[in-house]
Design a protein around this ligand. Structure first.
Ligand SMILES: C[S@@+](CC[C@H](N)C(=O)[O-])C[C@H]1O[C@@H](n2cnc3c(N)ncnc32)[C@H](O)[C@@H]1O
Length: 318
């Protein structure tokens, strides 16, 4: 019988190889770390940190970002003196009304003509931001919540949920919720017959804005909620221009890859430190991939609540 003895140098080589393999496996595991936990109210929460590349998503070319595409926009962000100011002021309902509609404009709700005889309608079935989820999200915000922006409001169902939670909270009764939407629908509304119908087409264009106004009036939120009928990108630029910085932003608009990424960059830049950027439709690949690219390129974490709602917290700087 032969006994094979390994040389000492070979043994050392094998040990080093094994250590190398173990380290490699550990690095791979932790580079796409997902922690899943159940909170007391049984909402499943996953914290996702720094995805190098998600299996579903195309590789990300880091060389081109919105910072390159919108250089003048982002150069303002580098002015540290200016950046020190944002938390000082939160606008009132009247201030935003004046800024958007003009100094002497009459109250938009009081003068609403209701040409299409819209009645309130709460049947929209796709709202995932419930009052209980929004309430839970407010606990993540470190600063007083006075100014909230929703991007993508449609008939107003999620806006009404946000509005009611803030109204019930004794500290936030002076809040303003600005709803930014074209009220012209996203791609999904134009390619799916049932969704097109929900936009209420009349004379060749959607009238869902009218439904939004009817619903806000019926919910008694006319002292707090204001509509801003424009594109998501223009809305973000307007807020930056006017130095209006929300503590919570809820993003539920484009859902198209690339477009969502630009929305993320722009709205992140105007979010107050200590606030949260919340979004819908984590289960849409386009949204999920853009969020993952965004957190990767900005070294952030995203927390996913249930299958739809996610949020990114803007931590105070060290
Ligand atoms: C899914 S709906 C919002 C639903 C609402 N958040 C809810 O849960 O009740 C999406 C909305 O985003 C708007 N939208 C889509 N793309 C947009 C864009 N680029 N700018 C502004 N609004 C947009 C559409 O008009 C539509 O009203």
């Amino acid at each position: 019988m032969k006994t094979y003895q390994l040389k000492r140098s070979t043994k050392l080589g094998i040990s080093l190889l094994l250590v190398f393999i173990v380290i490699n496996i550990a690095v791979k595991l932790f580079s796409s770390l997902e922690l899943t936990a159940k909170s007391p109210d049984n909402v499943e929460t996953s914290i996702i940190t720094h995805h190098k590349q998600h299996p579903d998503c195309a590789p990300f070319d880091r060389r081109i970002t919105p910072r390159h595409l919108f250089q003048s926009y982002f150069s303002i962000q580098q002015d540290s003196k200016w950046l020190a100011k944002p938390t000082l002021h939160s606008p009132t309902f009247q201030e935003i009304h004046r800024l958007l509609f003009g100094l002497s404009a009459p109250n938009i709700y009081a003068t609403w003509p209701n040409y299409f005889k819209q009645k309130s309608d709460s049947t929209y079935p796709h709202t995932s931001l419930s009052q209980s989820i929004f309430e839970k999200l407010t606990e993540e915000v470190d600063i007083p919540i006075r100014f909230v922006v929703e991007v993508g409001s449609f008939m107003g169902k999620s806006a009404i949920n946000i509005g009611k939670v803030l109204l019930q909270s004794q500290f936030n009764q002076n809040y303003v919720l600005l709803c930014i939407d074209t009220w012209l629908g996203g791609l999904e509304h134009w390619v799916q017959d049932d969704l097109r119908e929900m936009m209420g087409m009349a004379y060749g264009r959607p009238i869902v804005y009218e439904q939004f106004i009817a619903n806000i009036i019926a919910s008694n939120l006319t002292d707090h909620v204001l509509p801003y009928s424009t594109t998501s990108l223009l809305g973000a630029r307007f807020l930056l221009e006017k130095k209006l910085f929300p503590q919570i932003i809820y993003l539920d608009s484009a859902h198209l890859q690339g477009e969502t990424y630009i929305e993320l960059e722009l709205y992140w830049s105007i979010l107050q430190t200590g606030g949260i950027l919340v979004g819908d439709d984590w289960d849409w690949k386009a949204v999920r991939c853009d969020v993952l690219i965004f957190i990767d390129s900005n070294q952030l974490n995203v927390t996913v609540l249930s299958t739809k709602t996610w949020f990114i917290k803007k931590q105070k700087r060290a």
